[in-house]
Design a protein around this ligand. Structure first.
Ligand SMILES: [Zn+2]
Length: 129
């Protein structure tokens, strides 16, 4: 199967590695891509694991996120810009657009996300405007 984050690459060569072991993720962009794929696959445990502990959703929110992720039809991910977030950085940002169908209409999440390292791997911190 092709990877949800990039249809020209196999899932097994892309986000599956992250989903199996988050420590294999080298860049903030790769972490962001693996989170998009986890949304597509409704892999809520990975979404929690890849979230900074200070901003991690509660158990109740987790259920809502799972329900929502399953209710929409994901279309594609576009990564627009990145700053820092390399293997040697502790922080980074990724600007992206995630397209999905909800209630028969195309929606887009356009976000500039902050990523940082926690427990020696990349995690999602929050969104900035
Ligand atoms: Zn991927």
């Amino acid at each position: 199967m092709n990877c949800p984050c990039n249809p020209s690459i196999k899932y097994s060569d892309c986000c599956e590695k992250a989903h199996r072991n988050i420590h294999t993720v080298k860049t903030a962009e790769a972490l962001m891509r693996s989170r998009y794929s986890a949304f597509v696959m409704a892999n809520i445990d990975y979404l929690q694991q890849s979230h900074h502990t200070t901003t991690k959703p509660s158990k109740r929110e987790k259920k809502d996120i799972e329900k929502w992720a399953k209710s929409v039809e994901w279309i594609k991910l576009e990564v627009l810009n990145t700053t820092h977030g390399t293997q040697n950085d502790m922080n980074g940002t990724v600007e992206f657009k995630a397209f999905f169908m909800e209630n028969g209409a195309v929606n887009v999440i356009h976000e500039n996300s902050n990523f940082s390292k926690e427990n020696n791997h990349w995690v999602y911190l929050d969104a900035s405007n």
